[in-house]
Design a protein around this ligand. Structure first.
Ligand SMILES: Nc1ncnc2c1ncn2[C@@H]1O[C@H](COP(=O)(O)OS(=O)(=O)O)[C@@H](OP(=O)(O)O)[C@H]1O
Length: 286
């Protein structure tokens, strides 16, 4: 990628050239390629993380999922298109987009690397068994809405007494398999891993760590959060407004047969341990 071929400031343009190439650099807001991307995991809490980071005055976020690096039809539109999806930002602000589909995409790591090999990546993970149930719950909801038939999770999850490893929701919970694809292009220290289960119960603690990773001053405060009893989750005080995530986040999960759940956890165990040793950290999962 030639930086001067794209109609957007990447944040890597040599200082001396900024004023010449982009006269507006010091004054007017412009669109910039993200310096940080939330790459996944799907149903890990990516929307909550993005909305919470949006509280920070030095961060601007792309409101919609961009799906640039994982979908060929978008990637072919080029970096001008990608850039046009970004919000306006001031020079001191970081631009962040989130597309949970990137983490499981085989093409996304190389494509992101070719855009910016020193990019900072945020990965929010959640108990992978809970993630399977959350993934299922979303698909179930969509099928019910469209009056389409659906199967109980237990039937999809177990085939001939074994965990159905062809089930996409199971594959997306193999964090070690996906991370190894990313580590072919990026150093582990380019990633910050957010604990999605902790983000639900103690958002500020997780956000402080993200602020540090991004090199930003701590500007997200306890007063930015309040617990909403009806929703059962933290919601935000954001620029004078109260904001909870929409109804698609925090849906009640169906009860899952405990033996099936144990079987799923047993299957995931080796992958979880693998992931822990890859990232040098453990999580309380299953
Ligand atoms: N504050 C707050 N409010 C609502 N929901 C919250 C919050 N923090 C984290 N979460 C969890 O985010 C889960 C959805 O994850 P994602 O946003 O990554 O889903 S998606 O992949 O974009 O569809 C969603 O999963 P489900 O509970 O299964 O709906 C939530 O558990």
């Amino acid at each position: 990628l030639q930086e001067n071929q794209i109609n957007c400031i990447t944040g890597r343009i040599p200082l001396g050239q900024r004023g010449r190439l982009f006269p507006s650099f010091t004054s007017m807001p412009v669109r910039r390629i993200p310096q940080t991307i939330i790459v996944g995991v799907r149903k890990g809490g990516t929307r909550a993380l993005l909305e919470m980071l949006n509280i920070h005055p030095d961060i601007v976020v792309a409101k919609s999922e961009v799906h640039f690096f994982n979908l060929d039809e978008n990637y072919q539109k080029g970096f001008d298109w990608y850039c046009a999806q970004m919000p306006l930002s001031q020079p001191h602000q970081l631009t962040i987009e989130k597309t949970p589909g990137y983490f499981a995409s085989l093409k996304a790591p190389e494509r992101i690397h070719s855009m910016n090999s020193s990019i900072k990546l945020l990965l929010i993970v959640r108990d992978p068994a809970k993630r399977v149930i959350s993934d299922y719950t979303q698909v179930l909801h969509n099928r019910k809405e469209r009056h389409k038939p659906y199967q109980p999770l237990e039937e999809i999850l177990i085939h001939n007494g074994q965990v159905n490893t062809n089930y996409k929701a199971v594959q997306r919970s193999l964090y070690d398999v996906q991370l190894s694809n990313w580590l072919q292009f990026f150093q582990l220290n380019q990633f910050h891993i957010v604990d999605g289960d902790r983000l639900i119960v103690d958002p500020l603690l997780e956000l402080r760590k993200v602020e540090t990773f991004l090199g930003l001053p701590p500007r997200i405060e306890p007063s930015n959060f309040y617990f909403n009893q009806t929703k059962g989750f933290f919601c935000l005080h954001l620029r004078g407004h109260e904001k909870c995530l929409d109804h698609s986040k925090g849906r009640p999960h169906p009860m899952v047969n405990s033996t099936v759940l144990e079987q799923l956890c047993a299957y995931l165990e080796e992958h979880n341990q693998n992931f822990f040793s890859m990232v040098g950290r453990t999580f309380k999962w299953c």
